[in-house]
Design a protein around this ligand. Structure first.
Ligand code: FES
Length: 360
């Protein structure tokens, strides 16, 4: 009879080849998470096979689907879908309810971290700290809220999302959801923000003697996207990490030095050059980067977006779909609770049968 050595429990348990790893754990009273009841929907039963991966049954179709969604490597297996025909050593990966919450979050988001090319925008109000020194704190908050409210509207209407506020600056991402032309949308959003800033300045003269100016930097590149924060989806936020993010930030901080309001990287420019009116700034050195770069100051975009749907319409449709999926999730949870109750009953009967086989 094959056996399973469990980590972190440090227990060796004999396994019946007809049982899944999850069933073996439960028969041995090893606390093994299985939120969906063993239907390859939650991934909370996942184990890392430290030794003996060749003794594991091939992934079922259901396991293949989930493993693809979460981008799981071959040695991470779903215990509820895997049987063994030889000795293995494994580590349970979801050990408590907090881990289970994180796993659920990953299911709704997809891979634990997802690599994706996006347009990254950084925007900052120039000299705001100095300007705010002459203002009342309440006026500063009022002004910032007006500013962020307007900019947020512009970003959303161009298919982007602000996902990080830093004092009087923010980072916005375009292309998180698969919309067409995220790069062009980000540049058009940048130009629209400059227009909005002018309009906003007209109404703010009573608060600030000097019109406010913003600097915007945009880069397009691969980032790793992941949810950071509490496992509770309402209090976690998606963020982007990677060299491309730092590069976009450096571009924004260069706007003042070269006297431009909207600067983009070569990667962005290549994407929009047939429509952009741009002025190149050559041999620009960026803090923390080696070498010199060519950045482009964008002053105008010709023509229209020429999209089959506006970005806002596309996003509205996607969000409606997500809401429907969330509704389905509630039904699945109820189904899962019922199935777990049935499973517990079944396990109890199976244990009784194993202990007293001669009674049958
Ligand atoms: S995926 Fe195995 S218990 Fe949910």
């Amino acid at each position: 009879m094959p056996n399973i050595y469990y980590l972190p429990d440090e227990l060796t348990i004999d396994a019946d080849a007809r049982d899944t790893i999850l069933q073996t754990s439960l028969y041995a009273d090893i606390p093994h998470m299985h939120v969906c009841g063993g239907f390859a929907r939650c991934s909370t039963c996942r184990v890392l096979i430290a030794d003996g991966v060749e003794a594991c049954s091939p992934p079922t179709v259901h396991e293949q689907i989930l493993a693809k969604k979460l981008d799981l490597p071959d040695h991470i297996r779903l215990a509820c879908q895997t049987r063994i025909n030889g000795d293995i050593r494994l580590r349970r990966l979801v050990l408590d309810s907090e881990d289970a919450e994180l796993a659920e979050q990953q299911i709704s988001y997809g891979a634990i971290g997802q690599e994706k090319p996006v347009a990254i925008m950084f925007a900052d109000i120039r000299g705001f700290t100095k300007a705010s020194e002459a203002m009342l704190p309440y006026d500063v908050i009022y002004l910032l809220n007006r500013y962020f409210q307007r900019m947020n509207k512009v970003i959303i209407s161009h298919g982007g999302v602000i996902n990080n506020y830093m004092g009087d600056g923010f980072m916005a991402l375009f292309g998180l959801e698969d919309i067409a032309n995220p790069v062009e949308l980000s540049v058009r959003a940048g130009l629209a923000m400059l227009e909005q800033m002018e309009a906003l300045n007209h109404g703010l003269t009573v608060l600030s003697n000097h019109p406010l100016k913003i600097g915007i930097g945009i880069h397009y590149g691969w980032v790793v996207l992941g949810n950071i924060g509490n496992a509770d989806a309402s209090s976690s936020c998606m963020t982007a990490i990677g060299d491309a993010v730092n590069f976009a930030s450096r571009i924004e901080s260069t706007t003042k030095r070269v006297g431009a309001s909207l600067l983009v990287s070569e990667e962005v420019y290549e994407n929009i050059k047939s429509k952009a009116i741009a002025k190149p700034h050559n041999n620009i050195e960026l803090a923390g980067k080696t070498g010199a770069y060519c950045l482009y100051e964008i002053t105008e975009m010709r023509g229209n977006l020429n999209l089959p749907q506006t970005a806002a319409t596309q996003l509205a449709a996607k969000r409606k779909l997500n809401a429907q999926r969330a509704q389905m999730g509630i039904f699945e949870s109820i189904f899962s609770i019922v199935m777990q109750a049935i499973e517990k009953l079944f396990n109890a009967i199976a244990r009784l049968f194993r202990r007293h086989p001669s009674d049958s």
